[in-house]
Design a protein around this ligand. Structure first.
Ligand code: ADP
Ligand code: MG
Length: 484
């Protein structure tokens, strides 16, 4: 049997077992081939890799063994940029209430699940849940605490936040099966709050009169405590349990150790969930990693969809800077945009903050935001640690250019084409980043610094005498320079 056919059969077999879960996880997995009984798979991130490894691979290996008689093994690599994911993710699933725990009431959600009906032609508050209560209040009540700039239109989607974005769109009524709750998690400044605000804006414009509640967990705690003290618990409960069509709770990790508030939130959660009201929770950790949080709450957080947001890739950062500069009417050259995106990698908030600071300073000094100005400013403010991800970025783009696997550059493989790509990557890192030879050696699979020195020297020489090499370098540098 042909290997790809074998793989396709295996995929069909596991997909049939639980389609929605399959779509969710395999949209982050790519099949790279089977050789000598080894299945090469690529995962969008380590979280996807571990989950799929644990939950799907036993079935997959059993199936492959039953078909071929071999005991197959799986070789994983991790790569933020999948070109051919096995599945297409929840946003592209037909609108079927597939998972018993994902809300079955697709009727409440947006135009797609209504068979493509345009929201403009749909009478407000006529469809689905809460319609009876909406009749009394068809006017849109402004939601407290929302930043009007945090819309879907202003959100840049990339591989690092794709699943979270798709889940948010579906939760806001944009189609695809709705998951309840949606648990968005990821480090600080990566767009969690932005996404939940966007859901609130979209939900309200789709369903005028819908009652949307947005609170930080901190505020939930404070209001709870205050209500207890002032004997207004009935009102508090009615607000969070009965008078709410969409509940958004930001930074749930703040509930840690607050046992009474957790109890109260648990009941609000249950009431809303049973009434099919959408709940979205954000957190800086995965549910299982939340500390001092009641087990029953933790388990509920994983009922629907847990979607993580990772640090954005270089291309996404470039797009974010570009978008932000446009929005703020800051004029930036392409090279400056790329330099900013390369220098500040961990956190979108920091990236935006730097941009705004640069703009402010440049207008105060009457100086244009050119490359030199930005270099100077960055040198003064950005920590040298920022270089680590730049090595990653260069490695990733070189891999992509030479169509290698992400681990190849760090591997011991001395195959000619891989070794050449590795040398090119080392050369580019040396020339573009402020890294020492030993640092680069470590970043390339713990190689000796002399290896890096030789590689850089060699590529330098080839660049001046070999047009083929020059063409490769030009192409890669172009990608590094203008990747957006
Ligand atoms: P978090 O809640 O995860 O700490 P925020 O949602 O507050 O992060 O995001 C921090 C800043 O970065 C906000 O100004 C937000 O608009 C911006 N931001 C984050 N991710 C993106 C993105 N993908 N596209 C555009 N802006 C983003
Ligand atoms: Mg936040």
């Amino acid at each position: 049997m042909h290997h790809n056919t074998l793989w396709n059969d295996a995929v069909a077999f596991i997909r049939a077992k639980s389609p929605a879960t399959f779509e969710q996880w395999f949209s982050g997995v790519q099949f790279d081939g089977i050789t000598d009984g080894i299945v090469s798979l690529r995962a969008r991130n380590i979280f996807v890799r571990d989950w799929v490894d644990r939950h799907f691979l036993p079935t997959l290996s059993d199936y492959l063994r039953s078909q071929t008689g071999w005991s197959v093994q799986v070789a994983w690599s991790v790569d933020g940029n999948l070109e051919r994911p096995v599945a297409f993710g929840i946003a592209n699933l037909p609108s079927l209430p597939i998972r018993p725990r994902a809300l079955a009431a697709v009727g409440m959600t947006g135009p797609t699940s209504q068979g493509g009906q345009d929201s403009a032609t749909r009478p407000p508050a006529s469809s689905g849940h809460g319609a009876h209560s909406l009749k009394a209040a068809p006017k849109t009540v402004p939601v407290e605490g929302l930043n009007p700039k945090n819309t879907f239109a202003n959100f840049v989607v990339g591989p690092s936040n794709q699943l979270a974005h798709a889940a948010a769109i579906a939760a806001a009524g944009g189609g695809g099966p709705r998951y309840n709750p949606v648990f968005l998690c990821g480090g600080t400044g990566l767009g969690k709050t932005h996404l939940v605000h966007a859901v609130a804006h979209r939900f309200q414009s789709e369903q005028p009169g819908a009652r949307v509640l947005y609170v930080s967990a901190e505020r939930f705690v404070n209001e709870f405590v205050q209500s207890v003290q002032e004997g207004r618990m009935a009102e508090f409960r009615s607000r969070f349990r009965d008078r709410c069509d969409l509940l958004l709770v930001d930074d749930i990790q703040f509930l840690a150790s607050k046992t009474q508030t957790q109890e109260e939130f648990f009941h609000a959660f249950n009431t809303l969930h049973q009434a099919d009201k959408q709940i979205i929770v954000t957190s800086d950790k995965y549910p299982q990693q939340l500390e001092r949080m009641e087990e029953r709450l933790v388990s509920r957080f994983s009922w629907g969809l847990v979607a993580d947001i990772q640090g954005p890739e270089l291309e996404t950062r470039v797009a974010i800077v570009r978008k932000k500069a446009e929005a703020e009417k800051i004029e930036l050259e392409g090279e400056v945009i790329v330099l900013l995106a390369q220098s500040i990698r961990s956190n979108v908030r920091e990236l935006e903050g730097t941009l705004i600071r640069l703009a402010a300073k440049s207008s105060l000094l009457g100086h244009s935001i050119d490359l030199d100005f930005v270099r100077q400013e960055l040198a003064a403010t950005v920590s040298p640690r920022a270089n680590e991800a730049c090595v990653d970025d260069i490695q990733r783009i070189v891999c992509h250019h030479f169509k290698l696997r992400s681990g190849d550059l760090l591997s011991k493989d001395r195959h000619k084409s891989i070794a050449f790509a590795r040398h090119v990557a080392m050369y580019l890192c040396k020339h573009r980043l402020k890294c020492s030879f030993p640092e680069l050696g470590r970043a390339f699979g713990n190689r000796d610094h002399t290896t890096v020195m030789n590689a850089v020297r060699k590529v330098d020489r080839l660049r001046s005498c070999d047009p083929g090499v020059r063409a490769h370098l030009d192409a890669i540098e172009k990608k590094l320079g203008t990747c957006a």
